[in-house]
Each structure stands twice: as C-alpha cells, then as structure tokens.
Write a protein that binds this ligand. Sequence first.
Ligand code: SF4
Length: 272
Amino acid sequence: MTGPAVPSLSLSLRKKVGLATGRFRMISPGDRIMIGLSGGKDSLVLTAALAGLRRRSPVHFSLSACFVDITGGQTDAAPLQVFCDTLGIPFIVRPHPIVGIIELRDERSPCSLCANIRRGILNTAAKEEGCNLLALGHNLDDAVETALMNLFHTGRFRAFQPKFWQSRSGMTVIRPLVFAEERKIEKEARRLGLPVLPYVCPFSVETERVRAKSILDKLSAGNPRIKYNILHALQCLDERDRWSDGEAGSEAPPSEDKPEGEMTWEKLTDTL
Ligand code: SF4
C-alpha cells in the first residue's frame, strides 16, 4: 500500500528538524500532534516536515492540523484543505473575527492580543481532537527576534522555549523549526510550491517584530553568524556571566587569571 504523497524537504532542513525534535525530546511514541497551520510558509513547511517524519520515524505519532481564520470566515481555506488531504492529515478550520476585534478596540499591541486569542483557539481545538502536543512554526529568526525584543523592551534576554508545557491549558507546545533559518524555509516553500496564503492582516507591516528583524538584518550584514551566536547564547546562559550582586563570587579573581591586555572592570571604568 502506498502512503500519501509527502513533499521531499531538503536534507539540511530535515536535519534541523531532526536536531530540534531530538535534542528537546519533542515527540514520544503515541503522541497526538495538532499543527497550528496558519497558511504561512513556516507552518506549511512544518506540516510537510512532520508528515515526512511521521513516515520515516520508528516512533509512531499522529498528526492533525488547525487553521484559525482570523478574518472570521472570510478566508478561502480550500488550498490548505487540499494540501492536508494530500498528506493524509485531518484538517479543521476555526473562524474567529480577530482582525475585526483589534480594529474595533484600536488595540495598541495587536500582535500580543492576536497571539493570545489564536493560542487559546488552538489549545481548545487540540483538546477537542484528543491531541497532547501543539506544534507551531516558529523558526530560528523568530527566536532571535523575540530575544532582542525582550532585551530592548523588558531588559531580559529570553525567548520562547522549543518545548513548553502550558500549565493553564495542560497542552505541550513544540517548535520543531527552531533551528531553521527563515530564508531557508522561504526558499523551501517556493521550491516545493506550497500553497502559501496571502497576508490578510492589516497590522503585519509595522510591528515590533518587523523592527527587530530590520535591526537583525543590519547586524547580519556585518556578521553572517550573528543569528547563530544569539541562538547559542540563548542555550548557554551562564551563571558566571551574570553581574554579581556583591554576595557570592564577588571577589576579584587572582591577577594571573587576567590575560594581558584584557579589558578589566577597573580599566573600563577608567575610560568612562
Ligand atoms: S501581524 Fe496580524 S496576524 Fe500577525 S500576530 Fe500581529 S495581529 Fe496577528
């Protein structure tokens, strides 16, 4: 018996998905995964990646997908239905007038309200379908941009977790694309001819994320490794890198621990 026709993702993308799902132990035997399928390139590539993994992996798990229609039912979801049918993935649509609500309330942070509503709808749909995992399409760039936004606006260097149990809903969120760069996902979505839906949200042009992305693009022009370095920093926040509060570990290190020419705190304050 032949299975559904799963588009063949590039080897490098498959490796990145394998790395994320393996390192963070995202999927266990018998898991029932609901994919948040927005119709954007990320969630479409995620769906293809998980369908491929389901076919190849010795670990048995099930997939279904949910599209939250933020226009309240005005969006034509037929291309997503066809895509999921091709992959043998049950597909459901949950319409909600999120865009209209944001416009009506003249919301100052439309994206956080939108994300909260969509997450609630996805959690409910996942539970109704008997799923225990919710897979989202956040990629490496999303993680780095989130870390920068938090740094600039909250003074904390942190991003979302690749795997995270939500105590309120009891649902575990997984992000298998967290090691995949956005430009590679975009290229892959084009190469495979995935049915990317047009942007329908009027707030998608001038968001904090767009500003963070532009800063990151400028920084990356001078150092192509910068995104990977920021991602690395997220994975190895070191106690020793924290500024001491004057309690434990506040003594100055012995002088032989300071390599010649290293900028010490004393030298730095001299230059201020
Ligand atoms: S850009 Fe639009 S769809 Fe995306 S999170 Fe913001 S409000 Fe929601």
